[in-house]
Design a binder for this molecule. Structure first.
Ligand code: PGA
Length: 250
């Protein structure tokens, strides 16, 4: 049985005060579910959020990680630095980084490997654009993104990784993939990994991301290959995020 996981990606949509309020709300309202929960604040707030989360069941993650371990990389944050503040996860390959910050399959693979090397769990985001879905190349696009990391890091590194399927057209748009559309891609991802290693494929958590809300979480989580969610907008409200977290069937 795979454990379920919800991860909140706060993006650059929070400030110092609202981050504190959100953490208070999450800590106060956290139900005791048999599933995992994590938040990914902007880097700057990680030290403080890390302190507040000590001795709680809420885990910490980062929204990105540098492609190198150390060196002359102005403005970058290395995996080992995140580890110093008890981060457990790091999102890599988010579509906003691919689209706006020139992340490529190669740099995403480097980030993934840096996370693995530092004993962080990479949350590898993959997903197609609207035009790619419309012209029927969704599987091809997702396979290319995944294969780039598989070739660079090898299947064994997926023992300690999470995958997030995030159709780009569903991110922040209010359009969600239907549970069936998402399940179809999740199954495809699991089968692609199973060709290399059956056990790893069965064990890996595959999250869905893209306008996940309390209203659609239950239907998504009921699908056999959907093991949780990467949540953007609705992770900024403690109430909504905890409702999503409570949507797994017991
Ligand atoms: P959204 O973002 O939930 O606001 O669509 C998801 C994401 O970007 O991970």
């Amino acid at each position: 049985m795979r454990r379920n996981l919800v991860v909140g990606n706060w993006k650059m949509k929070i400030n110092h005060q609202s981050a504190q309020d959100l953490i208070d709300g999450l800590i106060e309202g956290l139900p005791s579910e048999d599933a995992d929960i994590a938040v990914c604040p902007p880097y700057l707030y990680i030290p403080e959020v890390s302190q507040r989360l000590a001795n709680t069941a809420i885990e910490l993650g980062a929204q990105n990680v540098a492609t190198h371990q150390e060196g002359a990389y102005t403005g970058e944050i290395a995996a080992v630095m995140l580890k110093d503040f008890n981060c457990k996860y790091a999102i890599v390959g988010h579509s906003e980084r691919r689209a706006n910050y020139a992340d490529t399959d190669t740099t995403v693979a480097q980030r993934f490997q840096q996370a693995i090397d530092a004993d962080l769990i990479p949350v590898l985001a993959v997903g197609e654009l609207l035009e790619q879905r419309e012209n029927g190349t969704t599987f091809e696009v997702v396979a290319k993104q995944l294969n780039a990391v598989l070739e660079f890091s090898g299947i064994d590194s997926f023992k300690n990784a999470v995958i997030a399927y995030e159709p780009v057209w569903a991110i922040g748009t209010g359009l969600t993939a239907s549970a069936e559309q998402a399940q179809e891609v999740h199954l495809f991802i699991r089968q692609l990994l199973a060709e290399k290693n059956q056990q790893i494929a069965e064990k890996i958590q595959i999250l869905y991301g893209g306008s996940v809300k309390p209203q659609n979480a239950e239907a998504l989580f009921a699908m056999p290959d959907i093991d949780g969610a990467l949540v953007g907008g609705d992770s900024l409200s403690a109430d909504s995020f905890l409702k999503i977290y409570s949507s797994f069937q017991k």
